[in-house]
Design a protein around this ligand. Structure first.
Ligand code: CP
Ligand code: NVA
Length: 309
């Protein structure tokens, strides 16, 4: 089988490839804002498979594919044979014979790896229990758009060491920035699960205020991720001191940005005054999912294209 490029983990693309994707993101965004038609994926079909809920991921992939001239088909576990025990390998064989690119949101990373191993077309991770690479693609693009290169900067991650946190840690190794992580006891980063090769780019802090100190970017996520709902009551207690509030933002650099992948719970992981306040770039961050994923799909399907100056 011809070698196919997938995006299952953030570090699957090199820094150089990611920088190319950002260059294309910028150009594709400009075209979109100027209402210029750009249909490089005319006649291409994206299949989106969701085993968990979504607003942003579905919308950005579906709208993005249509804006690039292609079409998108939505499948979920409930209404397809996927929920009735058809082996993931068989589903991959069939789905990838009828489409040009596939996006999957599922539970264990292993599921998407097995799908990709049996797919004839590129597979994109739209969130697993372990990773959320498309989110961090958009987040880093958003950081660069607001503040310039992220290399050498400090990102403070406050809260759960979940899929979004793991992906920040991978991105830190790729781009050469630092992540200061503060989780409640018992919720620390698991380097192997995070897919890390070294620990050079992150440091753990017992005190979230210390993690936020001097940070260029402060970010967090829900205390309970999808698939872990039965732990919710316990997590509410364990995470009570891990809310990003105005004092925490005060400890960061004066021009620090605040990001959240959304959906957010005001009064839990973030105070309303922060997410709705002057440091917050959450709406740009959400919008950039669209532009960054259009550039990603273009790259996985068409390879490199020269960007007009
Ligand atoms: N941030 C994110 O992936 O949002 P959705 O769950 O709405 O897709
Ligand atoms: N960590 C969250 C992210 C949602 C976009 C979850 O997995 O539910």
């Amino acid at each position: 089988m011809m070698s196919i490029k997938h995006f299952l983990q953030f570090n699957e693309l090199t820094r150089e490839e990611l920088e190319y994707v950002f260059e294309r993101t910028r150009w594709i965004k400009q075209q979109f804002k100027a209402y210029k038609t750009y249909h490089p994926l005319h006649d291409r079909t994206l299949v989106m498979i969701f085993e968990k809920a979504s607003t942003r991921t579905r919308l950005s992939f579906e709208a993005g594919m249509q804006q690039l001239g292609g079409s998108a088909i939505y499948l979920n576990t409930r209404d397809s044979q996927l929920g009735r025990g058809e082996p993931v390998e068989d589903a991959a064989q069939v789905i990838s014979r009828m489409s040009d690119i596939v996006m999957i949101r599922t539970f264990e990373q292993e599921i998407i790896e097995r799908f990709a191993a049996n797919s004839r077309v590129p597979v994109i991770n739209g969130l697993t229990n372990e990773y959320h690479p498309c989110q961090i693609l958009a987040d880093i693009y958003t950081y660069i758009e607001h503040r310039g290169p992220i290399q050498g900067k400090t990102v403070a991650w406050i809260g759960d060491s979940n899929n979004v946190c793991n992906t920040w840690l991978q991105a830190a190794e790729v781009f050469g920035f630092n992540v200061h992580v503060s989780t409640p006891p018992g919720y620390e980063v698991e380097p192997e699960r995070a897919g890390l090769y070294g620990t050079d780019h992150y440091e753990e802090f017992a005190d979230p205020m210390e993690a936020a100190e001097g940070a260029d970017l402060v970010t967090t996520d829900v205390w309970t991720s999808m698939g872990f709902e039965e732990e919710n009551a316990e997590r509410m207690k364990d995470f009570a001191d891990w809310q990003v509030d105005a004092d925490m933002m005060q400890a960061a650099k004066p021009d620090a940005l605040f990001m959240h992948c959304l959906p957010a719970h005001r009064g839990e992981e973030v105070a309303a005054e922060v997410i709705d306040g002057p440091h917050s770039v959450v709406w740009d961050e959400a919008e950039n999912r669209l532009h960054a994923q259009k550039a990603l799909m273009e790259y996985l399907l068409l390879g490199r294209i020269e960007t007009p100056k």
